[in-house]
Ligand binder design. Structure first.
Ligand SMILES: [Zn+2]
Length: 124
C-alpha cells in the first residue's frame, strides 16, 4: 500500500471501522513509516480534541469550581460572612458550658440507690 492509500484509511482505522486486511496493512505501514505515523497521530489528536471540547467545562467554570473546592477544604480564606464565625464560636461555647453544668450537676447530686437496691445492701 502507498502512503496515499494508507492515509485515506487512517480515519476508519482510528475508529476501528475498517476491515481486518486493510487494518493489518495500516498497522504494518505505521510501524515503518514515520510520516504516516505522525499523520495518524495528528488525526487522532484532532478527533479527540473535537470530541471532548464540547463536554469539557469552560476554563472559567473550572477555576470557579477549583476555588470553591479549595474554600471548602479550608485551603484559602473565602469571603467569610461576618456572622458565621461568632455564631460558630457561640455555639461551641454554649456546648462547653452545657457539658460543664451537666458534669457539675451529676458530680454534686446526692447519691441515690438504683431502683431495687435496699439501704442495707448499699451500706457495706
Ligand atoms: Zn507512509
Amino acid at each position: 500500500m502507498t502512503c496515499a492509500s494508507i492515509r485515506s484509511e487512517l480515519v476508519g482505522f482510528h475508529f476501528g471501522v475498517i476491515d481486518e486486511a486493510p487494518r493489518i496493512e495500516v498497522e504494518r505501514h505505521l510501524t515503518t513509516c514515520p510520516a504516516c505515523l505522525s499523520e495518524f497521530l495528528n488525526l487522532k489528536r484532532d478527533v479527540e480534541l473535537s470530541a471532548s471540547t464540547e463536554e469539557r467545562p469552560r476554563a472559567q467554570v473550572k477555576s470557579k469550581l477549583r476555588a470553591a473546592v479549595a474554600q471548602e477544604l479550608g485551603l484559602v480564606a473565602g469571603p467569610a460572612v461576618w456572622w458565621q464565625r461568632p455564631v460558630a464560636f457561640g455555639l461551641a461555647a454554649a456546648a462547653v458550658i452545657v457539658a460543664m453544668v451537666s458534669v457539675e450537676a451529676v458530680a454534686t447530686s446526692a447519691v441515690t440507690a438504683p431502683v431495687g437496691v435496699t439501704a442495707t445492701q448499699r451500706g457495706r
